[in-house]
Design a protein around this ligand. Sequence first.
Ligand code: TYD
Ligand code: MG
Length: 456
Amino acid sequence: MARATTSFTCNECGAVHSKWSGQCDACGAWNSIVEEKPLSAAPASKGALGAQRGRAITLTDLSTREAPLPRTQSGLGELDRVLGGGLVPASAILVGGDPGIGKSTLLLQAAGHFASRGLKTFYISGEEAAAQVRMRAERLGLSQAPVQLASETVLRDILTTLDAERPDLVIVDSIQTMWSDSVDSAPGSVSQVRAAAHELTAFAKRRGSAVILVGHVTKEGQIAGPRVVEHMVDTVLYFEGERGHQFRILRAVKNRFGPADEIGVFEMTGSGLSEVANPSALFLSDRGTPAPGSAVFAGIEGTRPVLVEFQALVAPSPHSQPRRSVVGWDGGRLAMILAVLESRCGIPFAGLDVYLNVAGGLKIGEPAADLAVAAALLSAREDTALPAECVVFGEISLSGALRPVTQTENRLKEAAKLGFSSAIAPAGGKPGGESGLKVTRMTDLTTFVGEIFGAG
Ligand code: TYD
Ligand code: MG
């Protein structure tokens, strides 16, 4: 059988097809499939790899000791932590996020900081003119930082320059604007993004420079998302936040040089992003006397405990199909907790609109938040505030049992540090020891309902 030399890729979702068609059957988009040539020719195959010999590769064992990675810290503590303790040479990092969220601002600040620490830093902007970047730098108070600036989109020219200059750090803003002349499609298409990311990552490995790529994600999938790049790079960071809030979260989704799921918290100010070293205080900042529908969750984000407030509103619904609206948490998980409350505790939510919100614009993914969600929902429904100065955490199983969660001690310590005096936690798991909090341990949701809200 003849070996396929070209493939057909959907520009919208990146699905690969064996032949062209008008509609992508993976995502349903029309006219999005383009022909793609392979990056390099396949080996001239007669049988297997043919008669041509490769060179012998060196094998080592696992016990060989490696020197610790030489990391450079930027001095922006939140960024350094998300990177796993600093920037590693020869690493490729992707920073993704919605347009306008603050990626360019963050990376220009990072560039300024790394450059002041002695790294030879290049900032290549494919989106803004050099003058625009300079204006922003001035606003950020970085105009004196020794960053080399260029406004360019032609990948070949960029790589030639970088090869000659040998920088320590290159920031490319953004990968969607880069254009490689070896690929026959428009900038921003999947093939261009993939080719550019491949070339730049290869450059990082070859020359030992750290390369940071900026990638836009659009909900509509208009431009090829950086998803196709994720597996090529060492580290994937997402910069997220609600547009209306000033808080921005930098989250490590993948990190070959540090823990994933680590977050860094920033605040967008008139003069750029400033670090938020104590996010719990910030997320709880506007708490007054406890109101019905509010529950404080002692969570863990990466290696750090973070306290956040869940807010719920439950009201009779004028519609036949009551609304379920969630911000900052998973809608499917909310439906599950409502179902458990209904069938295990006999508390119906039928005919009631339910709104759930995480204060401050943080997105919570931990199942340990289940109990805090249930507490907020019940508190809103019964119109009764939870005990003051109390944090809640625990995973709820479908049977209505409370399951122990990890890092109980750290959660309790953080709560004690922020002035909380009691906690409700699942039974079992490690004892919370010397935090000083009064901890009430419970085995199931029915007990919780009985103890906090009187007989369910
Ligand atoms: P930007 O970094 O351009 O976003 P991205 O590169 O992700 O598209 O930032 C865009 C927003 O940030 C813009 O709406 C203005 C705001 N901003 C501030 O509030 N303060 C500042 O100091 C700067 C530079 C930007
Ligand atoms: Mg930008």
